[in-house]
Design a protein around this ligand. Structure first.
Ligand SMILES: Cc1cc2nc3c(=O)[nH]c(=O)nc-3n(C[C@H](O)[C@H](O)[C@H](O)COP(=O)(O)OP(=O)(O)OC[C@H]3O[C@@H](n4cnc5c(N)ncnc54)[C@H](O)[C@@H]3O)c2cc1C
Length: 392
């Protein structure tokens, strides 16, 4: 088993802008990842299983709802801290970060922002510890980039609603205790509704055959006349803006997380370039290999600066959805490029599970697609700068 030697890379001394609390949070997350996850992650990805025994540990390091206030069981941290934790998780594996992102931004966030006091008290403290796990159902078989076209719907029936439809590509679905599901009411307005495992007519079949995010469980959500109490509807907001605001929070976490994957690939390639000799010298001495490393750290550093500033804007409540789109798109694309170059630097060894690069590269193919594809985020930036909508 390979020892995880990662120490971080901070070319522009951004650490000087972090508080002591930020650094402590990072250290705690990094040490936990090295001890608990790094030794098992290759095998988990190879076997295509999510290591569920990690859930309480994720709760303990504050990875579930980092910014949820203490009154609801969360650590009450700022947005930079949230980003730092996501980065440390994805430095190890995008699937690990996905599990935490979904729980934090797509399950806890909508309950916290749009739920009743009873819903918050009932769900948030257990979600914060990992005792209860959730998933987020927006995407449907026929509606991915265009979620507003969804057909999942519910009709009122006394104190309940009857939910019908199907969701697809849902992270954490196979083991989630609850699902925050987005469905249309009788007026055609999208609303969030909490569906609990065990409700009759609700099933969560696992999706198989993924070559990406293999250490993260993905499934479907099937609703066949599921009777859900009206008390489970999130009343605080309706319309597509409600799920999109959750995606803003998750995409922000991805922007930080993708840098983590890139850093791990860079770190691995840099170390290898000093150890591997060909033609009687370390391959790091060859100009072509140095070009790759120099470009990697340049792009990583640009992404770090962009994302740190985005974190400040989030903390000040000023970050726009379009700014988040730009960071998500840029950083995931950057991480993919870094992963591809790093893989080449390891030659044949780069394709093996001996090193993490190929796993990161395959994972990032999901990250570049979910939470808005690379092209959809480009169109969001295009709309923002021109005022002209390419989606209609
Ligand atoms: C591993 C994984 C986990 C996921 N987890 C979740 C989850 O937890 N919850 C959830 O709700 N969803 C989840 N998703 C779904 C994900 O968000 C969707 O896959 C994504 O939004 C894209 O939708 P689609 O796959 O249907 O592709 P499509 O929307 O069919 O897009 C196909 C292609 O067409 C392009 N395209 C679409 N519209 C336009 C346009 N107007 N202009 C130009 N190009 C366009 C896209 O960019 C893409 O390249 C997950 C996906 C994956 C792969």
């Amino acid at each position: 088993m390979r020892t995880d030697l990662y120490q971080g890379h901070d070319y522009y001394l951004l650490d000087e802008l972090l508080t002591e609390e930020h650094k402590l949070i990072r250290e705690t997350a990094r040490e936990w990842v090295k001890k608990e996850v790094s030794p098992i992650i290759e095998e988990a990805a190879e076997k295509c299983v999510f290591p569920r025994h990690l859930l309480p540990g994720l709760g303990e390091i504050g990875a579930f709802g980092p910014y949820i206030p203490a009154e609801y069981g969360g650590p009450g941290l700022d947005q930079i801290s949230y980003g730092i934790i996501m980065q440390e998780l994805e430095r190890c594996d995008s699937g690990l970060r996905s599990t935490a992102s979904v729980q934090s931004s797509l399950v806890m966030y909508p309950i916290w922002r749009y739920g009743t006091e009873e819903q918050k008290q009932k769900y948030l403290p257990k979600l914060a510890t990992g005792e209860m796990m959730g998933c987020f159902g927006l995407t449907e078989p026929d509606h991915g980039s265009n979620p507003g076209g969804m057909t999942t719907n519910f009709k009122e029936d006394g104190d309940d609603v009857i939910l019908n439809g199907a969701k697809m590509w849902i992270s954490n679905a196979p083991f989630a205790d609850i699902a925050v599901v987005w469905a249309k009411n009788e007026a055609g307005r999208i609303q969030g509704i909490v569906v609990e495992r065990g409700m009759e007519g609700f099933s969560t079949p696992t999706m198989h055959g993924k070559w990406s995010l293999r250490a993260s469980d993905t499934g479907e959500l099937i609703f066949d006349n599921v009777r859900v109490p009206k008390a489970n509807i999130l009343p605080g907001r309706d319309g597509l803006g409600a799920p999109l605001s959750c995606l803003d929070s998750a995409r922000y976490g991805i922007a930080w997380g993708a840098i983590g994957a890139a850093l791990d690939c860079y770190d691995t390639a840099l170390r290898y370039s000093k150890e591997r000799t060909q033609f009687d010298r370390p391959i790091g001495q060859f100009q072509l290999q140095q070009k790759k490393l120099a470009e990697m750290i340049t792009e990583i550093t640009k992404a770090q600066v962009l994302t740190f500033r985005l974190g400040q804007l989030r903390d000040e409540g000023k970050a726009t959805s379009a700014q988040i789109s730009m960071a998500k798109r840029n950083n995931v694309d950057m991480a993919l490029t870094v992963a591809r170059d790093a893989r080449q630097m390891l030659g044949g060894m780069g394709i093996t599970g001996e090193y993490p690069i190929m796993r990161h590269m395959m994972n990032l193919e999901s990250v570049v697609t979910y939470e808005g594809t690379h092209d959809i985020h480009l169109l969001i930036t295009g709309l923002d700068v021109t005022g002209l909508n390419a989606f209609v």
